[in-house]
Ligand binder design. Structure first.
Ligand code: URA
Length: 287
């Protein structure tokens, strides 16, 4: 039996889960609720909404001990987490002049993809964008509504912030390459399911092998998880240089998270400065 939450509770729960997700805590489970208790709760009258804070509680509501615990005493075993996909072998290097064509071959192979359920809600597949021989590549999670409409990565509000981050590094968007873990929009911008990530991420790895950036930046926990092959909170992955597919990887916050919590922009800038140091870039002089 499903309990109907009012929309304010549902929204705040959604925000809270999204906040945890941004921090890299992506897996949740629900303890099963005793069906007898649910039946009892459903049968109880709604509590009065308009009682003033100082008014005494009616006798029937004071310190009413629940007759049964909210959660079943017998915990169900948590199903084992699916192992992360094993990335394909690193492909042979492609000379810079051949990289655009090599990326096009991957795009052609993806075709009008129906390999995972995400295809059914897709308007446009979002393959990737930018310089095929870029020294710096950004990897996001998956397209949102704007990207799904335009077929290009990071073109919505989060994309505007990413453009600003790129400009702050002294680069133009056209000088970097941008792609996502999944190429079709997950419904409601949810985190891609393990099957979806496992199906699509091999194409991302092949894009990385073609572009061969000197530095990769993982935007958020999903990108970091698939690129590093480990599930770890973002906090433990930021602030250092990792090695992935023969290139250096820096992990930072997803721009959508930074839009929700701008206080973390300073931290993200510190991460980007690590990338700049590796690339030998200096921030542009302030005009
Ligand atoms: N968020 C992502 O992770 N990727 C996009 O392309 C857009 C928003």
């Amino acid at each position: 039996m499903a309990i109907q939450l009012d929309s304010a509770t549902r929204n705040s729960l959604f925000d809270r889960i999204r906040f945890y997700r941004d921090l890299g805590l992506t897996e949740f489970y629900r303890r099963p609720v005793d069906p007898a208790l649910l039946a009892q709760l459903a049968a109880e009258p709604e509590p009065q909404q308009s009682r003033s804070a100082s008014a005494p509680e009616p006798a029937s509501e004071t310190k009413k001990a629940p007759s049964q615990p909210l959660f079943s005493q017998e915990e169900q075993p948590i199903p084992p987490r699916k192992p992360l996909p094993i990335p394909p072998e690193i492909a042979a290097a492609v000379p810079p002049a051949g990289r655009a064509a090599a990326l096009q071959l991957i795009r052609d192979e993806i075709g009008d993809c129906t390999r995972c359920p995400l295809h059914s809600g897709r308007h446009k597949l979002v393959f990737g964008d930018g310089d095929p021989a870029a020294r710096l590549m950004f990897v996001g999670e998956g397209p949102g509504a704007d990207e799904d409409a335009q077929g290009l990565p990071f073109v919505g509000k989060a994309g505007q912030l990413l453009n600003n981050m790129i400009n702050a590094m002294g680069l133009k968007r056209e000088q970097v390459y941008i792609a996502n873990v999944v190429k079709c929009r997950p419904p409601g911008n949810r985190t891609p399911a393990p099957e979806e990530g496992a199906t699509c991420s091999p194409f991302l790895f092949r894009q990385i092998d073609v572009v061969r950036p000197q530095v990769l930046v993982a935007l958020g926990a999903t990108a970091a998880t698939y690129l590093l092959g480990v599930r770890q909170p973002l906090a433990g992955l930021r602030g250092r240089v990792h090695a992935v597919r023969g290139t250096q990887l820096i992990v930072t916050y997803h721009p959508a998270y930074l839009l929700r919590d701008p206080r973390q922009k300073k931290e993200a800038w510190a991460d980007l400065q690590i990338a700049m140091r590796e690339l030998g870039l200096k921030p542009p002089a302030k005009s």
